[in-house]
Design a protein. Sequence first.
Lengths: 391, 172, 120
Amino acid sequence: MTALEFLGLLLIVAGFSTLPLLLAVPLIWVERKVAARIQDRFGPNRVGPYGLIQPIADAIKLITKEDITPAGTDKFVYNLAPILSVASVVLMWAAIPLGPNQSLIGVDLEIGVLYIIAVASLGTLAVMMAGWSSNNKYALLGAFRVVAQLVSYEVPLVLSLLIPVLFAGSLSLQDIIIAQHGMWFILMAPLAMLIFFVSAQAETGRAPFDLLEAESELVAGFNIEYSGMKFGLFFAGEFAHVATNGFLIAHLFLGGWQGPGVTFNGPWWSTLLGIFYFVLKASIFYFMSLLLRNSVPRVRIDQLMDFNWKFLVPISIGNLVMTAFLVMITNAAGFGLASYQPLSEATFFELLPVTLVLFLGNVVVLAVIVGTFGRQLREERLTVEAVAAGD
Amino acid sequence: MIAQYIAFGVFAAATLGGAVALVWSRNLVHSALYLILSLFGTAGFFVLLSAPFLAAIQVLVYIGAIAILFIFAVMLTRSLTNITDLFNRQMWVGALTGGLLFITVLVGIILPVWGPNGSLAEGLPRSVDVATTRDIGLQLVSGNGYVLPFELASILLTAAMIGAIVIARESE
Amino acid sequence: MNILTEWTPIGLFFIIAAVLPAAPILVAQLLNPSKPNDIKLQTYECGVETVGDTWVQFKVQYYIYGIVFLVFDVEMIFLIPWAIAFNELDMFAFWAGFLFIFLLTDALVYAWRKNALEWE
């Protein structure tokens, strides 16, 4: 590899690395505006037209704030934690395709999705390091809880992630997107998408799972002792992480850049169209996450853990087994996914029967869930309402 | 080719350096972090051996789960974070044992295989195909493949979980 | 040498990902005031003096969650190659995977019944 090629590679890598951080800036504005409008107020509208310069003003403020490092902290670990937290998000962007062109992805890794999950687990480590090195009881307590939450929700995340991988037969994200040429995976596995969405919300610490930043309890948790830009980095990293999760869902279940008129490695207008579709789909999920944040109350830590281990994990296991069973049956019967390999050539109508079967399978699983848990949940809701009405 | 040597050097430094620092450090939490560095080095080696799947699961399981459990356990024994003695009284016995073990491994395993007269003296037999994750999957559940170890692994995991719960819940 | 063509950019990503967040911190160090005094450097505990050593009573529950997660993590990494190769495999492969998942669901049920998954 010549020096010039290496320099070009370095520039590409630097470009992809700065994207998530640059993306965090308008996202902060969107977040605050949407939250404000839902709460029937204006949100930032003084700094620049419609408050668009607000995030930049915030960044300047954070940079110029005094950085107070309390005594007794483990300096190296304390400084490393926010860097690791942001680094984990930046590294995810190495494997996420941005468009229908092989050059619009950092590296199309053969193990794409697994790499993304592995790198996300580095963020968990960063939280632990932040909590411990702050030399603060509340930070440590907050960090333990956060790590327990992040670690628990990785299980349904990966289990529901296995389903698009099963359909496409590959871990590489471009392959998964290309395999959705005929049929988007959301129609074949809606339940998996829901589970993935909920787990992703919990993984990034968004409401209703935002115990991490529960401002009214534990006083901001593991980042109590962080001020100035280090705090800003945790913050920006979290926003970028939520956006990245939105991209992931769009790629895994909604077909990424697939859409009418887009071909892989096609002409420039096809590429632009693909990017547009992809950003549109990702925005839908980001917006859903914002809506969820501003309308749902926070759950308690024990509710959080129960929800994961007693509800999400059994459901995702059941969903995986049911989906695998149906794929096997349809493969044996002759109209399954194996008969239409490679999936990038299959059309919508060819895949329709297998999609219907899988969709019905999901409905059956959902019916089982509602039947099993429905009674219990209904009783709980009635007792809560009775208590509320009795006061 | 030079990039491979650089990469090998970096990963070797990370693995061995992390291991040495882990043993040498007097702060248990720092030791846990050096362990993580060492595990990263191992993941790097897996990449160099064209096994990216193993590298990813090394990071995911070892660093994302086991290292976190180590850190939890270290924080449980917080009173031991400030050990001042670097050596204890069994130092010489330990050094002797370590040296003997090293020589045994060198003479018994490394030299017969990789040494000048060893079985791989002409270089490793090069295979043209590199196994992919799909191949692992095909082998893992095929009848003449590794399906029995696959099922035994799940029994082992079940036993591990039951054991951990029994021990941790002893107070009931 | 295609493993390196694929992974050298990742190596570069690691380096840049480590350097990139450090840049705003360094800029901040240059630009921010630094007036430490005794009170600012104290550990935060709702505005009062800290009481007792900085360690918390460790709940065993965290560790149990960690162990259960570890077991499921290892299960997942066994299932990944199974899922990738699934479309090309026969019925036997499905039942092998089903047995694997069933045994681990068994372990989850055990943990559930033994109240190992309760927060308190």
